[in-house]
Write a protein that binds this ligand. Sequence first.
Ligand SMILES: [Zn+2]
Length: 286
Amino acid sequence: MYRRKYMRADALATKYFFHPLRRLIPPSQGRVPILMYHSISDVERSARHPYYETATSPEVFAQHMQFLAQNNYRPLRLAEAVRYMADPGQETARPVVITFDDGYRDFYTHAFPILAEHGFTATVFLPTASIGNTTRRLHQIECLTWGEVEELHKAGIDFGSHTVTHPQLKLLDATMVESEILCSKETIDERLGGAVRSFAYPYAFPEIDQPFRGLLRDVLNHAGYENGVCTIIGTAGPRSERFFLERLPMNTYDDPALFRAKLEGAYDWLHPLQYATKLINTRSTA
Ligand SMILES: [Zn+2]
């Protein structure tokens, strides 16, 4: 069968140029890589360009967690990570945060058993309209049920909001934005006894839109959130905004060399490109 070969400029430059360069500079204080996973399932490998893939196979996910365990990484909850960024103290283990967007059921069947093997915690972001007492779907993929969410919560997994209906928030009016952010938190809080502190912005985050950022910040604050993550590529640190923490996108193509390079900050060079693309797209559609 014909299989498309993709040019992985981002992977090649990260592994062979930016990673060796990054290792010459001592790591700065208070930085925390926040890993962004979606589905943990087998991937149709020729489906799309590796940069845009979001699924990670269970085998690759197991390798990633093994790497963290063998290299003295300690997974933190987001609230702990935010505290660490402000005051790194004498922490000897390397901090990392493991997050999952979309609340897919394969977190329960595939990711959680691997995390539990290492005693790792993680944060799962739920789009609450896709979570039911029986299985519902998002993007045609099965999601967790409330029974599973409660069981995972008891086992030490953190849950955050990923809105109610997983919309492009930027396309909604302020009242709808508020309702997506408030109602999702209320629903999860009710099920888990007031546990929600974190929010994950669905889809690409419009980081250059300052008025929208301001609106989101106000709504999140008012709703009682303490922190949040988005799709800005990079390592979070003392200068990050606590509601819009940068993350490192992970997928099945993250081989050990690329995974390690990302953890060590060698993927952060992509952010200026991501930013410039958003600027150009905004200008050309304005
Ligand atoms: Zn999502």
